[in-house]
Design a protein around this ligand. Structure first.
Ligand code: PMP
Length: 461
């Protein structure tokens, strides 16, 4: 078996070489741009994330509309990456563009609230249930704010996360279980911080480990997605949410639910669909249609505990106490105007219905191929988001992903997709639908995925 695995690895390597050569031939101008980019950007592109594409370098985008992107070499893509969720409203959605242009002409950032914010606050409460909201410039920043508040009101230092999580550039969440202890997350480089002093980490769906980790009473909050989306998709086990809520309540631990990705579930995210009761709810990315934004909402109880420490401002008193969170551009007029457009006209129940139907179509198409060929792979779906994983069944936790994940096949598939005009996020094989995604675009994926499977079969993998 070992010899067979070695020969498979060599074959997959050869296939990837071939796809990367084809990629280079199809993208001469992007290749040139990438060389030029490396002269002035630390990691080639304006963000270091942009260097991670499987073709060997990123394509430079020329224009994007709906679920469609054209690159500078004139190649077209059906875009299922949608900016790793930031573009979930589709590219250049008309309602957002209209609101943005109007607000650009009326001032973008004044450190003053606009009346659009009144509508946005009420709508966030109607959708997600939390009574009080704060806007931030990113989901990362919303998580940082939520963590800081949890620490302020509990006086406890630690943050508990589940192994395999990702919550943005949040130091406390850059951890996973390594040899049974707190270690640095998959591929994150050490930085001199001893993460065991600020973080605790247990496996997802493990009630006993959670109970044990919170029993010491030094954990300010649990930060989690409703189900895990950033290490492939890890479904939540029956009863886990009930246990999580009961244990966090009993131990006085703040429960933060991060809906940044799982907002794909529907208009109020997974939380409203499944009646979860977080103390703090976080969202971001798509929430302002691609204009940088994050939000967090707190429960009545959290708000009252916070107001007891940091009261509403009395301008006669030069208060020293502030929250120590947020940014100058948070809640600016442009973000608020576009968020209103998204909530009013783009991420509507009717659009979600269409997006979810297309995700189901994609998942069914991929499953059909996997089952017909008896491949040891599976497909999961959470509303408008589907994922192909090269493992026989859904993982129960991060350890299952580490043990079973096929990074080599993922990279090969992603390079193949790009050469065939399909874009998926570089980090895993996720497909996101936007309101403009069509059934024909989904069927194009099914056809390309079928040919990829043929390619592997022909190569004897
Ligand atoms: N929360 C989750 C669940 C995420 O997946 C991410 C980013 N992938 C973030 C938060 C952070 O979002 P941003 O990078 O836009 O701040």
């Amino acid at each position: 078996a070992a010899a067979r695995t070695d020969s498979h690895a060599a074959t997959i390597d050869t296939l990837l070489d071939r796809e990367q050569e084809r990629f280079l031939r199809l993208h001469p101008r992007s290749a040139q741009d990438w060389e030029a980019g490396k002269q002035h950007f630390l990691y080639g592109g304006p963000s270091h994330w942009m260097r991670r594409w499987a073709g060997g370098f990123p394509v430079y985008a020329a224009e994007a509309k709906g679920a469609h992107i054209r690159d500078v070499d004139g190649n077209d893509y059906v875009d299922f990456a949608l900016g790793d969720t930031g573009g979930m409203c589709g590219h250049a959605p008309e309602a957002v563009t209209r609101a943005a242009v109007r607000q650009l002409q009326n001032g973008t950032t004044m450190m003053l609230p606009t009346e659009d914010s009144l509508w946005v606050g009420a709508e966030l409460t109607r959708r997600f249930g939390m009574p009080y909201w704060t806007l931030t410039t990113s989901a990362t920043d919303a998580n940082r704010g939520a963590i800081r508040i949890a620490r302020m009101i509990t006086g406890r230092p630690k943050v508990l996360v589940f192994s395999g999580c990702y919550h943005g550039g949040v130091e406390e969440a850059h951890v996973e279980i390594r040899d049974g202890r707190v270690g640095l997350r998959n591929m994150i480089h050490p930085n001199g911080v001893d993460h065991s002093t600020v973080s605790r980490v247990v496996e997802f769906n493990d009630v006993a480990a959670l109970e044990q980790a919170l029993s010491a009473g030094d954990v300010a909050c649990v930060l989690t997605e409703p189900l895990m989306t950033n290490f492939g998709m890890i479904p939540v086990a029956d009863g886990f949410h009930e246990a999580l809520r009961e244990i966090t309540r009993r131990t006085g631990t703040v429960l933060i639910i991060d809906e940044t990705h799982t907002i794909s579930s529907g208009p109020g995210g997974y939380t409203s669909q499944h009646g979860l009761e977080p103390d703090i709810l976080v969202a971001g990315k798509a929430i302002a249609g691609g204009i940088p934004a994050g939000v967090f909402g707190v429960s009545q109880e959290i708000a009252e505990r916070l107001w007891a420490i940091v009261p509403m401002v009395n301008p006669r008193v030069r208060q020293s106490a502030h929250l120590g969170i947020g940014g100058t551009l948070a809640g600016n007029a442009l973000t608020v105007a576009t968020m209103r457009a998204v909530l009013e006209e783009v991420l509507t129940p009717a659009n979600f219905e269409r997006m979810i139907a297309n995700a189901t179509r994609l998942a069914d198409g991929a499953r059909g191929i996997i089952e017909a060929r008896k491949l040891p792979w599976h497909v999961t779906q959470i509303g408008a988001r589907a994922e192909i994983m090269f493992m026989p069944k859904p993982p129960r936790n991060g350890a299952d992903v580490i043990a079973g994940r096929r990074g080599d096949l993922e990279t090969l598939l992603h390079a193949y997709y790009m050469n065939e005009g399909i874009l998926v996020t570089p980090f895993h094989t996720m497909f996101l639908m936007c309101p403009a995604t069509t059934a024909a675009q989904v069927d194009r994926h099914t056809e390309v995925f079928g040919r990829f499977v043929d390619l592997l079969a022909d190569a004897g993998v």
